[in-house]
Ligand binder design. Structure first.
Ligand SMILES: NC(=O)c1ccc[n+]([C@@H]2O[C@H](COP(=O)([O-])OP(=O)(O)OC[C@H]3O[C@@H](n4cnc5c(N)ncnc54)[C@H](OP(=O)(O)O)[C@@H]3O)[C@@H](O)[C@H]2O)c1
Length: 244
């Protein structure tokens, strides 16, 4: 992938998470400039990564999302793409989860994708090019019993990706999803702890996967290698459930 990311600027939201961080580091390794956002991110998170700039943001604050998007374009002069990977944990049985649990995920992941995409689109359209990747999840087509909230939001985001890709593709903006299956991470551990009676099944490739596996898929979709890939989803899940 050499040179595709030279002089390009990307914004990764959820950058302190397992998958966001792997994506930030993979982009930086390819020579991109990366703006890393989350509520708690500090310069310490990416010390030793000269191309990475930490920019704290709570995606629950719509005005702040717009402000950071404008600030990035103002400071770096361009923006080539966006990756959204923010979420909170809300695992448990459907009947035991409250409105508050649903709202937390809707804010962090659903609106946490909608707001940044909306904020960057005018700039990408003006440039006539750009790539957006939403991290969704395999649960969007295959919900596990302890994860109906996140799974529903993943399904909704997968649909949004189709619509956005078709709507804005003609203006040069590609929009795709990466849908991970089980990935070794604190989030996956928390899901396992919430559902010890139904541990995720083995995938055909064993697993769980690594955050770097997800980052590789994101980089592909951001790169010119994926120039004809739009309104689509790439599953990084080892092939789904293993049936024997
Ligand atoms: N890990 C897996 O196995 C797996 C599987 C399928 C799908 N996924 C999806 O992949 C995405 C990333 O997963 P992950 O494992 O990296 O999760 P994670 O480690 O929990 O990271 C979540 C990130 O979101 C940020 N965040 C939460 N609320 C935010 C807010 N209001 N504003 C800004 N940032 C916010 C967190 O940072 P702060 O706390 O600093 O804000 C953190 O950086 C999630 O959408 C998850 O559903 C993960």
């Amino acid at each position: 992938m050499s040179h595709w990311f030279d002089k390009r600027v990307y914004w990764v939201i959820g950058a302190t998470g397992a998958l966001g961080r792997a994506t930030v580091e993979a982009l930086a390794r390819q020579g991109a400039t990366v703006i890393a956002s989350s509520r708690s991110v500090t310069t310490a998170h990416f010390s030793g990564w000269p191309g990475v700039f930490s920019w704290p943001l709570d995606v629950g604050d719509s005005a702040a999302v717009d402000h950071v998007a404008a600030g990035i374009i103002d400071r770096f002069g361009r923006l080539d793409g966006l990756v959204t990977s923010s979420n909170v944990a809300a695992f448990g049985e459907f009947h035991a989860l409250a409105d508050e649990d649903w709202y937390r995920v809707l804010e962090a992941k659903w609106l946490g994708s909608v707001r940044p995409v909306r904020a960057v689109l005018p700039h990408l359209i003006a440039m006539g090019q750009g790539a957006i990747v939403l991290i969704t999840g395999r649960g969007g087509i295959d919900p596990s019993p302890q994860h109906f909230i996140g799974s529903s939001v993943n399904a909704a985001l997968d649909l949004l990706v189709q619509g956005l890709g078709r709507r804005y593709g003609p203006q040069g903006v590609r929009v795709n999803a990466v849908a991970p299956g089980p990935i070794a991470s604190p989030r996956y551990q928390a899901l396992q702890q919430a559902s010890p009676q139904s541990i995720e099944p083995q995938t055909p490739l064993a697993g769980p996967g690594k955050p770097e596996d997800v980052a590789s898929a994101v980089l592909y979709l951001l790169s010119d290698a994926a120039a004809f890939v739009n309104a689509s989803g790439l599953y990084v899940d080892g092939g789904g459930k293993r049936y024997v």
